[in-house]
Design a protein around this ligand. Structure first.
Ligand code: TGC
Ligand code: FAD
Length: 390
């Protein structure tokens, strides 16, 4: 009998009942609320707005944040499984969750005052406020340490000047976590609210990737915020890098979700599509592609799971996350491109999910540290020699 499914090595048996429950309920949400509408949103360049309260109701925003602040108190493996299922739907949906959870709730939770946590975290968990994370600038992407955005202290205020570009939800966010250098040149995080005079939030259009996701720009021109909007425990570039570590971990699972959707689509298509004398799945060259995909997805699942277990035990290093993000996004993009090929001409239409995932993954391989940057991080770790200027 043929093997059916995506869990070739029975990795399910390594998950607790609670972990399987979170995964299955997220999968059910994606099946009913994302898959029926996502192609239309992708084509129209819109994020499905009705989904936002549903993500909140299911406690999928900031799931690892403690319950006292409105989170679900989930483990990191549960967070990974949530990302996997959301990205099986669309990378834009997982991006929404990554940003709100790891890039907005995480820094407020880790670097904020008790007052900031009590004010923002429950609102963000309930999606009563949407957040964004502004690190990248037009001229500083892979090397954020060169950022030009400045935060000047002026009495009880802080005055921000600078531009953040390529910011997920930047155009719509109610609260922006902005990273800027202070008067001493130290990178620190600041909460900048929508409507603050001097803040302009602008959408970036004409994207061919992550179309079902808002991407924007934050322009700060003498943007004055109360000094109490500083995240006081953020003390250097290490602070935003810690947020990235949490988000990259989620992406290492999420990318596999996109890969799984592409593999399933290609397998089903190959079994039905007849060319020459038989279904194309019966040709060795097509089987080679399908076997490669399932093997790489399976290896990626083991990598993500072990990175999660180490994290739960407090034994993780950010280099583990780099390996998981680098490998699993590469697996996903190559799986998507191979699946697109198996679907032939049908593979270029949004009648199948493959081209949408393939285009989305072009962003996923770039953001949160490009593949090259993760290679450089790992290269430095194993040789002790930095192949870039730090
Ligand atoms: P480096 O010397 O490596 O580190 C300085 C200190 O920070 C620590 N550290 C980390 N800690 C936690 N997590 C991480 N990922 C960390 N990376 C570094 C490190 O241990 C050290 O600590 P200590 O105690 O020894 O001081 O710093 P560097 O300046 O040399 O870093 C260089 C580099 C290239 C690694 C870093 O700049 C980098 O990662 N660049 C990539 C930039 C990037 O990923 N940008 C992402 C922007 S946000 C985004 O894309 C969101 S997309 C959201 C979505 O829609 O899903
Ligand atoms: P660059 O850094 O200019 O890199 C260009 C190329 O040069 C890449 O191939 C890179 O790997 C290579 N390169 C760079 N340095 C080296 C080196 N030393 N050695 C070898 N090769 C090198 N940022 C945020 O802050 N918040 C967000 O919410 C956010 N969301 C995003 C959403 C989308 C859809 C996209 C596409 C990006 C988003 N980003 C966000 C920005 C993202 O993090 C950056 O695009 C990414 O860090 C790369 O920076 P860059 O685009 O400036 O490319």
């Amino acid at each position: 009998m043929a093997y059916e499914g995506l869990d070739f090595l029975d990795i399910d048996s390594q998950l607790s009942e609670e972990e399987r429950l979170v995964r299955d309920s997220t999968r059910a949400l994606v099946n009913t609320e994302v898959l029926p509408v996502i192609e239309e949103h992708f084509e129209n360049q819109t994020f499905p707005p009705d989904l936002i309260p549903k993500l909140a109701d299911m406690q999928l925003l900031g799931p690892f944040v403690p319950e006292e602040y409105g989170g679900a108190g989930c483990s990191y493996v549960q967070y990974g499984l949530i990302c996997q299922e959301l990205e099986r739907g669309d990378s834009g949906v997982r991006s929404f969750c990554s940003v709100q959870s790891s890039l907005v709730m995480f820094p407020i939770w880790k670097f904020g005052t008790e007052e900031q946590k009590k004010h923002w975290l429950p609102k963000l968990a309930k999606a009563e406020a949407i957040g964004c994370f502004g690190l990248t600038e037009p001229d500083f992407g892979s090397n954020p340490s060169g950022m030009l955005t400045r935060a000047r202290k002026d009495g009880d205020s802080i005055v921000l000047n600078g531009t953040k570009r390529w910011i997920t939800n930047g155009d719509v966010a109610d609260v922006c976590v902005v990273w800027a250098k202070d008067d001493e040149g130290v990178v620190r995080g600041y909460l900048v609210e929508k409507g603050t005079p001097g803040l302009t939030q602008r959408a970036i259009h004409r994207k061919f990737s992550l179309r079902a996701s808002n991407t924007g720009e934050l322009i700060m021109e003498d943007c004055r915020i109360p000094a109490s909007n500083l995240l006081p425990l953020s003390k250097s570039l290490k602070s935003p890098l810690m947020c990235l570590d949490s988000a990259r971990f989620g992406i290492s699972w999420g990318a596999l979700g996109a890969a799984m959707a592409c593999y399933e689509s290609a397998l089903e298509y190959a079994k039905e599509r007849v060319q020459f004398s038989r279904p194309i799945a019966g040709y060795q060259l097509v089987q080679d592609k399908l076997v490669w995909m399932l093997t790489e997805i399976t290896k990626g699942q083991l990598l993500a799971l072990q990175a999660g277990r180490l994290r739960e035990q407090g034994k993780n290093r950010h280099q583990h996350t780099s390996m998981a993000k680098m490998n699993n996004v590469r697996v996903a993009i190559d799986t998507a491109r191979t699946a697109r090929d198996i679907l032939g001409a049908n593979g270029i239409t949004t009648e199948y999910p493959v081209i949408r995932h393939m285009l989305n993954l072009e962003s996923v391989i770039t953001y949160e540290g490009t593949e090259d940057i993760h290679k450089l991080i790992l290269g430095r770790d194993i040789t002790g020699l930095a192949a870039f200027d730090g």
